[in-house]
Ligand binder design. Structure first.
Ligand code: FES
Ligand code: FES
Length: 167
């Protein structure tokens, strides 16, 4: 019997500001491409069904579930993952620092996806209300924190208020 041969595609993306190229099958998910082909293991994979939000990245600035996106669709696009948030090695972004100050993570599995949704959200909504933030977070499952500290961290960054409860 003749074996089915899958065509390999070359996918070129700008990942966190650096041009990267890799190969994948037509059916390869962007989450798998980023993790296994390009080594961006900050992309966490939980449900693989678009429910938990852990795999969220931005594609051309818009938050997107990488487990529901084919890698070939991202060809030629700008993709950002949590690895690309820090301005330089060893320095946290404003949002990451706020998460740290507010104890907005415990196991951290959900955190990269939430940070990437926040990156998109805060770029579009300058002064979000608490309900706005909670609405955005409704696309993410966190089993540890109870969400309150995450909300506090995001609202602090949104308000430009650097004061923190334990600074
Ligand atoms: S792994 Fe993509 S939404 Fe859960
Ligand atoms: S910090 Fe553990 S799932 Fe959110």
């Amino acid at each position: 019997m003749k074996r089915l041969r899958h065509t390999r595609h070359t996918v070129a993306i700008r990942l966190n500001g650096i041009d990267r190229t890799g190969e994948c099958e037509p059916r390869t998910l962007l989450s798998d491409f980023l993790r296994y082909e390009l080594g961006a293991t900050g992309v966490h994979v939980g449900c693989e069904h678009g429910v938990c939000g852990a795999c969220t990245v931005t594609v051309d600035g818009l938050a997107q579930r990488s487990c529901l996106t084919l890698a070939v669709v991202a060809d030629g696009r700008e993709v950002r993952t949590a690895e690309g948030l820090a301005p330089e090695p060893g320095v946290l972004s404003e949002l990451q620092a706020a998460f740290r100050r507010h104890h907005a993570l415990q196991c951290g599995f959900c955190t990269p996806g939430i940070l990437m949704s926040c990156a998109d959200f805060l770029a579009r909504v300058a002064r979000p209300s608490e309900p706005d933030v909670r609405q955005m977070l409704s696309g993410h499952l966190c089993r540890c924190t109870g969400y309150s500290n995450i909300v506090s961290a995001i609202l602090e960054v949104a308000s430009g208020n650097e004061d923190s409860p334990d600074a």
